[in-house]
Each structure stands twice: as C-alpha cells, then as structure tokens.
Design a protein around this ligand. Sequence first.
Ligand code: SF4
Ligand code: SF4
Length: 56
Amino acid sequence: MAYVISSDCTKCGACEPVCPAEAIAEGDAQYKIDADTCVDCGLCADECPVSAITPA
Ligand code: SF4
Ligand code: SF4
C-alpha cells in the first residue's frame, strides 16, 4: 500500500517536506510518491490544499 498523487496536483510543494520517509519528489507534471518508500502514514494527504493525495 502507498498513497498516490493525482493529476490535480498544482506542484505547490507543501507535501514533500512533511513526508518522514522522503518518499515524495517533484516530477515533470506533478509531484510523485515512490510506492516502495511510502510508509502509508497519511501526513502528506493532510497537507495537500487541493486534496490530490489519496490512499491507493
Ligand atoms: S503517506 Fe506518509 S510516507 Fe507516504 S508519501 Fe505521504 S507522508 Fe510520505
Ligand atoms: S501538496 Fe498537493 S498540490 Fe502540493 S505538491 Fe503535494 S500533491 Fe501537489
């Protein structure tokens, strides 16, 4: 299990620093979560202003 970021992402960058596993990185069109690194804590989802992050 891992959280995923949808195409609603506006690349605001708010999620990246809150991830304790450093699983979030900036991609070309949107931010991305590495599924193998994500520990499923949900902190990033709470931070996203456009609700683009959801459990997979
Ligand atoms: S759910 Fe937690 S571990 Fe996974 S990307 Fe979000 S903040 Fe990082
Ligand atoms: S907080 Fe939401 S909108 Fe901002 S970069 Fe992360 S996923 Fe994208």
